[in-house]
Write a protein that binds this ligand. Structure first.
Ligand SMILES: Cc1cc2nc3c(=O)[nH]c(=O)nc-3n(C[C@H](O)[C@H](O)[C@H](O)COP(=O)(O)O)c2cc1C
Length: 210
């Protein structure tokens, strides 16, 4: 059994989404591969449908193209994204958009088990719906969805929260945000949240049972 997982977590650090995707893969007990989408250079579907129609796999030649064959071959797939502007990242959308390559006459990934992972600072429901609806276009079997709301806005990393009145931190705390000193312990980790940890274990268990 082989499982492959993708994360659109932010570059330059191993964030919650990356670590949740990795943990689900590792705890599944299957042979696994983890791919960080934000480290790769690629675009969304460019509509070159004559290229993918016969092989039924995306042939747009860039850094993610090899993974579309691997998805076909995998026994299960995990896909994770942070929430950006209330919905999924354009990175994960572009990646999944190219599943269009599979979608000719029939769908070779139909019924393949998928686990989706969504992390964000606050409201996740819309992104979860977007993610799972998009995958619904390919008739895959979303067997579980794992979420974690970290309450960590990007303002914790940007370095300008003391002069900002438009960021998420100011929206949450008002002027108090300007007085804050950002400390390492404010970066909430899913591993320390019992509900998130149980959800990760639950998803891994479902994959293990495949
Ligand atoms: C451009 C941008 C937009 C964001 N928009 C939202 C948002 O609308 N809602 C939200 O809950 N978090 C939002 N965030 C926060 C990210 O979801 C958060 O930083 C991310 O979940 C951290 O994930 P990680 O721990 O995997 O790195 C945004 C972050 C960025 C960089």
């Amino acid at each position: 059994m082989k499982v492959i997982g993708f994360s659109a977590g932010s570059v330059g650090r191993e964030g919650n989404v990356d670590r949740m995707v990795k943990a689900i893969l590792e705890k599944s007990g299957h042979e696994m591969e983890f791919v960080k989408l934000t480290d790769l250079s690629f675009s969304g579907c460019k509509g070159c449908v004559q290229l993918c129609a016969k092989p039924q796999v995306c042939k747009l030649d860039d850094e993610v193209q090899p993974y579309y064959d691997k998805i076909k071959e995998a026994d299960a797939v995990v896909i994770g994204t942070p929430v950006y502007f209330g919905t999924v990242t354009s990175t994960v959308w572009a990646f999944v958009e190219r599943f269009f390559g599979y979608r000719h006459v029939d769908i070779p990934i139909e019924n393949k088990p998928f686990v989706t992972v969504v992390g964000g600072a606050m409201a996740l429901d819309n992104a979860v719906k977007q993610m799972n609806d998009l995958l619904g276009s390919f008739n895959v079997n979303v067997i579980d969805t794992v979420t974690f709301a970290s309450k960590v806005p990007p303002c914790f990393k940007c370095g300008r929260h003391k002069e900002c009145e438009i960021g998420g931190l100011y929206k949450m705390l008002g002027d108090a945000a300007k007085e804050m000193t950002i400390k390492k312990e404010m970066f909430t980790r899913w591993e320390d949240n019992s509900a998130a940890a149980a959800a990760v274990d639950g998803a891994a268990e479902k994959l293990r049972a495949i």
